[in-house]
Design a protein around this ligand. Structure first.
Ligand code: ATP
Ligand code: MG
Length: 583
């Protein structure tokens, strides 16, 4: 097995130097004691992320360095962020928003979004981010599901997506528009900047309890209709601990999370976790662009970079040459989450950046990183790493009575389960108590992902339970087949899925995206089929391979295999509200 070892000596020693020791010593009580807490045992995410730094020597440190789409720059210190979030909280007071009521945001990565998210938490209300590229229907559906009271948005998004659906949402009392720049607020909306200017910069944090509802996150909808996962203020214990343990954040880091705040990663790690650690976080308003990203990494001297496999595959497609004259010397840790990270990509990042991508596994439901490749550990490319201190993960098999059996043997495939009870565990699926209850059994949370554990405790992703292919008595995880296809130099991305077959049950099919300049020919198809057969054996290798310019993916960048399957079979596509390109 190819293994990438951590550097023998690092100029910045990692926060965790021994996984085993950190795990043995860890307790949630101790992790919680790294936070401030509120008087009377309360807890509030905004206080931990912002106010406690603003009250100390960190007040003048830059919390957010914002890069506008067209070259504008703005820096907000912890002290300023504390005032801005207080102003926002007092605006909610003035609008009569109660504790626990939902405040939504529909906007790109503008400074007001961060102020609204944290200010909502400071007020003790519940924050729910929406992806700005959603069309009016998915926006209306999610606002209604969470019974939104307030929506923060921009003039353009209001005009394109909100104005037409407003009548259908009687519970939505206020729409606050940011960035009007002197224009009058559209009818039925309020000017957020004016409200903030009149707000109280000293509004104190609401005395929330650790178990109070704080965040509502809709899942990516990769496998069906998105679900609304509910998180409480106690989640901040995980955000803070994982930022230290998995993202290895140090006080002087410049941290860049590329995820959109419309998804859980963009909130947990694009807002809360880095601020808890008191670092400067970079926010780029722009979208993924190879040259722009390498310039940011180099010019801003990003030291910890949290991104996604789909972004790394796109950068890989552009080739190592694209790194060109950009000096990535400040980069200490590259981490990735959201999808399986193919071994090929890990090896490529190691070569092209001098830093291998560290895979993390978690979900909307888990609220924070659960399994990771730590900075101090060797990387086994293709593995998600090991469960973080405080997290018990296991491979389980369900029995016919609704219980589960923990699989002790190494190397056996089964469902990835986590022992219930970590602080950022979701506390419900909005309006779906039965579904929530069904996600737990015998004290385990069942993730719906299939994986296996090796003899040393590293976890390996097999596939989502819904995506796994059953063929001639075998269970095939798409990830393994996709990773092999990507080893071929003509292929940069692949998606594998099953189609029904009378004899075999299901047959393996693949769609590939080719490297730039490569032409799709019958010879290449034959070569790829042969290549896969040699590596995987005839029963696992795809029978059919097609080429496509793009793979269908969710807004959060995940390949939607269910759509490829439906298209191959001419079936209805199901819910596509989160499909990229759909608006
Ligand atoms: P839905 O539940 O609506 O189908 P989703 O599961 O894609 O959407 P998210 O919570 O955003 O919604 O994604 C979590 C899922 O992403 C995980 O369950 C897993 O399938 C996948 N995933 C995340 N990180 C990794 C990883 N490192 N390796 C493999 N898969 C991952
Ligand atoms: Mg899911």
């Amino acid at each position: 097995m190819r293994v990438i070892r951590p550097p023998a000596s690092a100029s910045v020693p990692p926060n965790v130097v021994s996984y085993e020791e950190a795990r043995a010593r860890f307790s949630w009580a101790e992790a919680r004691s790294a936070l401030d807490g509120l008087p009377d045992g309360g807890l509030n995410i905004c206080h931990e992320a912002v106010d406690r730094h603003a009250q100390g020597e960190r007040a003048g440190h830059v919390a957010i360095r914002w890069l506008g789409r067209t070259g504008a720059r703005r820096e907000i210190t912890y002290g300023e962020l504390a005032e801005l979030t207080s102003r926002f909280a007092s605006v909610l007071d003035g609008l009569g928003v109660d504790r626990g009521e939902r405040v939504y945001a529909l906007s790109g990565r503008i400074p007001e979004l961060y102020v609204a998210a944290l200010g909502t938490l400071k007020r003790g209300a519940v924050f729910c981010p929406l992806f700005s590229a959603f069309g009016p229907e998915p926006v209306a559906q999610r606002l209604a599901l969470g019974d939104a009271r307030v929506l923060v948005t921009t003039p353009v998004l209001h005009r394109r997506k909100v104005a037409a659906i407003r009548d259908r949402l009687p519970g939505l009392r206020h729409v606050l528009v940011a960035g009007l720049e002197g224009e009058p607020a559209p009818e039925g909306t309020l000017d957020l900047d004016a409200l903030l200017a009149a707000g109280d910069p000293r509004r104190r944090v609401e005395a929330t309890a650790a178990e109070d509802w704080a965040l509502l996150h809709f899942t990516s909808g990769t496998t069906g209709l998105p679900k609304g996962a509910q998180h409480v203020h106690d989640a901040v214990v995980v955000h803070d601990a994982t930022a230290r343990i998995a993202l290895d954040l140090h006080r002087d880091d410049l941290f860049w999370c590329t995820a959109d705040p419309g998804w859980v990663t963009g909130t947990s790690y694009g807002i809360v976790a880095p601020l808890c650690r008191g670092v400067t976080m970079l926010v780029d308003e722009g979208e993924l662009d190879v040259e722009r990203w390498y310039s940011i990494l180099a010019d801003e001297r990003v030291s910890v970079w949290y991104t996604a496999p789909t972004a790394l595959r796109m950068l890989m497609r552009a080739g190592a040459e694209a790194v060109g004259g950009h000096d990535l010397g400040a980069l200490r840790l590259v981490a990735s989450v959201g999808e399986p990270l193919n071994p090929e990509v890990v090896l490529w990042t190691d070569e092209a950046y001098g830093r291998p991508a560290h895979d993390d596994w978690w979900q909307t439901e888990t609220g924070g990183i659960m399994i990771a490749n730590l900075a101090c550990d060797e990387i086994r490319p293709g593995s998600m790493g090991r469960p973080l201190p405080g997290i018990d993960a296991a491979i389980v098999h369900r029995d016919e009575y609704g219980g589960v059996r923990v699989v002790e043997e190494a190397g056996v495939e089964g469902e990835l389960a986590l022992r219930a009870g970590w602080p950022s565990m979701f506390r419900g699926y909005l309006d779906q108590p039965e579904r929530y209850a069904a996600a737990f059994s015998d004290g385990w949370y069942l993730s719906g992902d299939l994986a296996r554990r090796d003899a040393d405790g590293w976890f390996w992703f097999v596939g989502r339970a819904d995506d796994v292919i059953k063929t001639s008595g075998h269970l095939i995880g798409p990830f393994e087949v996709e990773s092999v296809l990507m080893e071929h130099e003509a292929v940069v991305e692949a998606a594998v899925f099953g189609v029904p077959d009378e004899v075999a049950g299901e047959l393996v099919e693949a769609v590939v995206c080719l490297a730039p300049g490569v032409e799709w020919t019958p010879e290449l198809r034959r070569e790829l089929v042969g290549f896969a057969r040699t590596r995987l054996g005839p029963s696992v290798a795809p029978r059919g391979i097609e080429a496509a310019d793009e793979l269908p993916r969710t807004r959060s960048g995940k390949i939607m295999r269910r759509l490829l399957r439906a298209r191959a079979l001419g079936l209805p596509e199901g819910d596509t509200s989160t499909l990229e390109g759909a608006a």
